[in-house]
Design a protein around this ligand. Structure first.
Ligand code: NAP
Ligand code: MG
Length: 468
């Protein structure tokens, strides 16, 4: 039997202190076994953490940029040294296969740390405008509330730019996957971050999350998670008029233009399937809709089914996070979810005996206003829609309450033009790679604000004009 990961202490004000809340067991969704145990923060622990972050704010904000950058650069080195440990923890609490755990869950946030340090070293906190001096100043205490789908990355993209800016942080990680955050606290300690600049208060969203959202000692709430919870957080934060950054759900479209060659079409289908099924389909930018010229539908169905077959549950495809999430994902495969003409073009693959696995699915001829075309699945289910023209494809892509990611495939000039017409915060043209320095965030109901790099730093800055 594998030893439990046990975290009885919280990290508050630079010290490891016993948590005052109840214990919480952490399950491995790939085995359905308890793999860890933590103690949650009590209300008093949260108060102590906010007070510590407030006390640390002045000195940290006044720390020269070069020193803040040095601490964060050292953080990147510590994360790199401990990358296998992080991958191991994430494999256990989130269920991702080891290779995915390392490449997606650990190497990506390390690249984000490096890019953010670079952005900080270049960042202009002072500028002049006529007779004014424009000063960009950190907002104060930032409460970060994060989801379970990427237990390290979602934390790093909030916390590192905030610290870079000179703000201090209180983090509430997801209850389903709190373990990586403890190791991150140890990495901050090893990197020499001053006491109180980063504080860890695990606990439920309803108690700890809600307290952070309403607390007058918190200046900004930075939340990643579902759109309904994001809406309630924005409403709760409005009472004290705190600033709010929201990274919410998505229903991102991969658009193949009529002018795409057969070779490009094949590449588009393969990469869209891979992107949609990444992390068991549990990424916010998943390309979960594939929009193709109507005349290419049969060709696409064959290509997509062949690509999907390679995502064998239990090896290349990881599990869903929980039994509840599996039930939710399965509901999108019921007859009618994709409209009257929808057909599933994949065959079910065998499932491991344990773990919250589902067989990956490609559903084609999906109706534009059906549940499958409109709602976020957060599982390995790709919806294929047919477009009558490129204009129709753009209209279908924008027919969504969401606006997070997207992709376009076609002759370069036409594809760039269509990228400009998509109402989303990210668009990848002809397979453009993830850029760890680029701003990340959503249009429409996918969010408010931007994370990562210089835009992530700017997101936690107040703007002051001094006239002379
Ligand atoms: P969720 O239920 O919205 O929870 C996210 C976080 O908010 C968790 O830490 C949760 O705590 C906390 N929370 C829940 N209710 C709260 C409340 N009333 N006040 C304050 N905090 C509260 O989301 P999830 O189920 O963990 O994650 C899946 C969803 O997140 C998907 O819809 C996905 O699209 C979205 N997502 C978006 C992005 C992005 O960057 N745009 C990235 C990843 C995921 P608990 O510990 O109690 O759950
Ligand atoms: Mg939830």
């Amino acid at each position: 039997m594998i030893e439990l990961i046990h975290e009885p202490d919280l990290y508050i004000d630079g010290r490891w202190t016993p948590g005052g809340g109840t214990d919480l067991e952490v399950e491995n969704p790939a085995t359905e076994e308890v793999t860890g145990r933590i103690t949650q923060a009590s209300t008093e622990d949260v108060e102590t953490a906010i007070a510590a972050a407030r006390a640390a704010f002045g000195p940290w904000a006044a720390t020269p940029v070069a020193e803040r950058a040095a601490v964060l650069r050292r953080l990147g080195e510590v994360l790199t040294e401990r990358a296998d440990l992080f991958a191991h923890i994430i494999n256990r609490e989130q269920g991702s296969p080891p290779r995915v755990a390392r490449a997606l869950h650990v190497d990506t946030p390390i690249a984000v740390v490096d890019a953010t340090v670079e952005a900080l070293e270049r960042f202009e906190f002072r500028s002049e405008l006529r007779n004014s001096l424009i000063l960009l100043e950190p907002v104060g205490v930032v409460a970060a509330i994060t989801p379970w789908n990427l237990p390290l990355h979602q934390v790093v993209v909030k916390v590192v730019p905030a610290l870079a800016a000179g703000a201090t942080v209180v983090l509430k990680p997801a209850g389903l996957t709190p373990l990586a955050a403890f190791e991150l606290a140890r990495a901050f300690e090893a990197a020499g971050l001053p006491a109180g600049a980063f504080n860890l208060v695990p606990g439920s969203g309803r108690v700890v999350g809600d307290l952070l959202t309403r607390h007058p000692g918190v200046d900004q709430v930075s939340f990643t998670g579902s759109t309904p919870v994001g809406r309630s957080i924005a409403a709760a934060a409005a009472e004290s008029l705190k600033r709010v950054t929201l990274e919410l759900g998505g229903k991102s479209a991969s658009v193949v233009l009529a002018g795409a060659s057969d070779e490009l079409l094949a590449k588009a289908v393969k990469i869209t399937v891979a992107n949609c099924f990444l992390n068991g389909g549990q990424t916010c930018t998943a390309l979960s809709r594939l929009i193709v010229p109507a005349g290419k539908l049969e060709q696409v169905e064959e290509l997509a089914a062949a690509a999907a077959e390679k995502y064998v549950p239990g090896s290349r495809l990881g599990p869903l996070i929980s039994a509840d999430q599996r039930k939710e994902v399965e509901s999108f495969l019921e007859p009618g979810a994709g409209g009257a003409d929808a057909v599933t073009v994949t065959s079910p693959l065998g499932l491991p005996e344990r773990g919250y696995y589902v067989s990956p699915a490609v559903v084609s001829r999906v109706a534009p206003d059906s549940r499958l075309a409109q709602e976020e699945v957060f599982g390995p289910v790709l919806a294929v829609l047919a477009a009558g023209s490129d204009d129709d494809a753009v209209a279908l892509a924008n027919n969504s309450i969401y606006g997070l990611g997207g992709a376009v495939w076609g002759p370069d000039e036409a594809a760039l033009e269509v990228a400009g017409r998509l109402q989303t915060g990210q668009v990848d043209v002809n397979g453009g790679a993830f850029n760890p320095a680029a701003p990340f965030g959503g249009y429409k109901q996918s969010g408010i604000g931007r994370e990562i790099g210089e835009y992530g730093i700017a997101d936690v800055l107040e703007i002051k004009a001094v006239q002379r």
